[in-house]
Design a protein around this ligand. Structure first.
Ligand SMILES: NC(=O)c1ccc[n+]([C@@H]2O[C@H](COP(=O)([O-])OP(=O)(O)OC[C@H]3O[C@@H](n4cnc5c(N)ncnc54)[C@H](O)[C@@H]3O)[C@@H](O)[C@H]2O)c1
Length: 316
């Protein structure tokens, strides 16, 4: 199968490409414009290191907003759409324009392409941020109430997908990821910041009081679930939560990192939580049923792997 992965140089996209290439029947076209975002371009270039040169991998440095689909999509069987601008905190003010362009407009351009050149599956990377504040484990049919412009942009992407399904029969599957972490995690995400700050003995900066909790998904578990969508029957038209093995508060996670790195952090609380819920918690029963998904990695195991990866990245 020939598979297009957008956002291939990104944190999750690069892991997904590697995972898909483990199947000798797959060829992967990784597309990424390396657009300026919170994660430095040099880090994303390193994400591609294990992929470039692979005989069944082709990298296209192209922008979804400018691409000529007739040159690519006729050869593609399935699409994973992970490209976008992630991150809640930077989605306010004039920066929202970037979110509109890369999360909404770019998605619409790709959907238009797939309308002209049909594919067997179109898998859209969405987020727990579409839910906003919810009590308990959240099911996919919960009322969506995003709290940030980022969440709104990703939810708009979901709605666009559904519009093309309704009118053109586009075979869409929507996956909602819950805080993904592990090797190559984006530099702006909390664990990456904490590990970097601990390794450099800098103050640990925490938003809110640290008691906010997240459903943390290790990236290997996440891409295992994403890849399994390709062969799963009965998933077209579905929206599926991809959560992790464990939930924890920010302070609990930090304590684990201090233990793993054997350093004590100097915590600074730097402002209230803005645009984020107090807790996220995925009900993953649908993923278990439709994808036989079972997250394997404990927070301790996953954080240890992220620490090892960032020690390499920062030569420490
Ligand atoms: N990381 C998480 O915890 C998380 C959680 C929920 C949802 N998501 C979603 O998963 C996807 C991947 O997230 P990530 O953390 O790997 O982000 P990332 O920033 O590491 O990767 C996204 C990639 O998309 C590329 N891109 C953006 N706009 C583009 C365009 N117009 N054309 C071509 N390439 C473009 C960027 O250059 C970047 O390399 C995103 O859509 C994000 O919203 C991520």
């Amino acid at each position: 199968m020939r598979i297009l992965v957008t956002g291939a140089a990104g944190f999750i996209g690069s892991h997904l490409c590697e995972r898909l290439l483990q199947d000798p029947h797959h060829e992967v076209i990784g597309l990424d414009a390396l657009v300026p975002s919170a994660s430095p371009v040099s880090v994303r270039e390193q994400n591609l290191a294990g992929l470039l040169g692979h005989p069944r991998f082709q990298f296209l440095k192209q922008d979804l907003l400018e691409i000529d689909w007739s040159a690519i999509l006729p050869q593609v069987d399935a699409v994973y759409h992970l490209a976008g601008i992630p991150g809640v905190r930077s989605s306010w003010g004039t920066d929202f324009q970037t979110y509109v362009s890369h999360n909404i407009l770019a998605t619409q351009r790709l959907l238009e392409g797939c309308r002209r050149f049909p594919v067997s599956k179109f898998i859209y990377a969405s987020t727990s941020s579409v839910y906003g504040e919810q009590a308990g484990a959240v099911r996919e049919d919960a009322v969506t109430r995003p709290l940030s412009p980022y969440g709104v942009s990703k939810l708009t992407g979901e709605h666009l997908c559904k519009v093309y399904t309704h009118n053109d029969g586009l075979p869409v599957v929507i996956l909602r990821f819950f805080t993904v972490y592990g090797p190559r995690q984006r530099t702006d995400m909390a664990f990456h910041r904490f590990i970097r700050q601990l390794l450099h003995q800098e103050p640990i900066t925490i938003y809110g009081d640290g008691t906010q909790s997240r459903d943390f998904t290790f990236v290997r578990d996440c891409v295992h679930a994403i890849a399994s969508v390709l062969d799963a029957p009965d998933v077209i038209g579905e929206t599926i939560n991809i959560g992790g093995k464990e939930r924890a508060t920010v302070l609990e996670s930090l304590a684990l990192l201090e233990e793993l790195l054997e350093v004590q952090g100097n915590v600074q609380f730097i402002g209230k939580i803005y645009g984020e819920p107090k807790q996220t918690w995925a009900d993953i029963r649908k993923a278990q049923r439709l994808l036989s998904y079972e997250p394997q990695t404990t927070l301790r195991e996953g954080l240890a792997l992220e620490c090892a990866n960032l020690r390499q990245l920062y030569n420490l």
